[in-house]
Write a protein that binds this ligand. Structure first.
Ligand code: BJW
Ligand code: ZN
Length: 239
């Protein structure tokens, strides 16, 4: 495939690599994506389910949706693309993974140097005291309450209109500005601030490589674009 050998050569020489992933990497594990045919946003309206206003209006509806998502994701396993990204931690002296995915599959695959910038579906956060807890119970009882203070908990997920955690933003920007190579894997590049990450790395001098089933808004900014399934292409990068 045109471009693949070039990416492999660049990776073989690189010391600082940053990876940004989106729903496409987990699509190969059977987790639904957000956009496109048969995706989450083709069946549900984001403003009904993934905004703080939606949760304030109808927490039961939002939690029912998350209970369904948790049930879907609970049976899914990391695929060879997640495994290869986890392997990159040991391969490069400077490595950071930024994921928009909330499914936890990167951590399941062994990734530790990672920022889950949109949160994690297996964590809940108290709306009163702010306590964040791991919780793998499926389904969660309606409505789930905080173990410490008894108030309503919410998914520890960044919804539309909410800010990302400062520590995640700082860590991500540092990794984007200092990498030689940025790999964009399976993201549509439509949601900010992640949509601006390729240009931040490029302005700092990085080579930007996109791996996606289809061209995206990132493709124009990418130095090299490889089109195909993440589970097929990503393992080829290190073999
Ligand atoms: C494959 C494949 C295979 C398939 N192999 N590839 C302008 C500037 C700045 C901000 C904004 C702006 N305009 C609007 C905003 C605000 C908003 C935003 O960006 N909206 C856009 C839609 C325009 N952003 C925010 O609100 C963010 N906060 C923020 O900016 O704070 C400051 C601020 C506040 C208020 C106003 C302005 C600024 C927070 C965004 C949080 C997004 N959260 C979500 C949902 C969480 C719900 C949940 O999961 O439970 O996170 S949105 C949803 O999209 C989810 C994802 O992480 C995110 C990205 O999607 P992703 O991963 O790219 O998936 P898809 O489905 O879009 O694409 C899949 C790709 O994979 C496709 O390209 C396929 O081709 C490919 N693919 N199979 C390889 N096998
Ligand atoms: Zn509490």
């Amino acid at each position: 495939m045109a471009g693949l050998l070039e990416v492999k050569a660049k990776l073989a020489a690189a010391r600082a690599v940053t990876v940004l992933t989106g729903a496409g990497i987990s699509a190969d594990s059977g987790v639904p994506t957000f956009r496109g045919a048969d995706s989450l946003w083709s069946k549900f309206r984001p403003e009904d389910l993934a905004t703080p206003e939606a949760f304030a209006r109808d927490p039961r509806l939002v939690w029912e949706w998350y209970n369904w998502r948790r049930e879907v994701i609970a049976s899914k396993k990391p695929n060879p693309a997640h495994a290869t990204v986890a392997e990159m931690e040991a391969r490069f002296p400077h490595f950071w993974l930024i994921t928009q995915n909330v499914d936890g599959l990167h951590a399941d695959a062994g990734s530790r140097k990672l920022s889950e910038i949109h949160g994690n579906i297996w964590k809940v956060r108290c709306t009163a005291c702010g306590l964040i807890e791991h919780n793998r119970q499926v389904p969660l009882p309606m409505l789930p309450a905080c173990a410490a203070c008894g108030h309503l908990v919410r998914p520890h997920i960044v919804w539309f209109g909410e800010s990302l955690a400062v520590a995640d933003i700082d860590q991500s920007y540092a990794a984007l500005r200092s990498c030689e190579l940025l790999l964009l894997i399976g993201t549509s590049g439509l949601v900010y601030p992640a949509a601006s990450f390729a240009s931040i790395a490029k302005e700092a001098g990085a080579c930007v490589v996109e791996i996606n089933l289809d061209p995206t808004p990132y493709s124009g900014a990418a130095d090299i674009a490889l089109h195909g399934r993440a589970k097929d292409l990503v393992p080829l990068l290190l073999d």
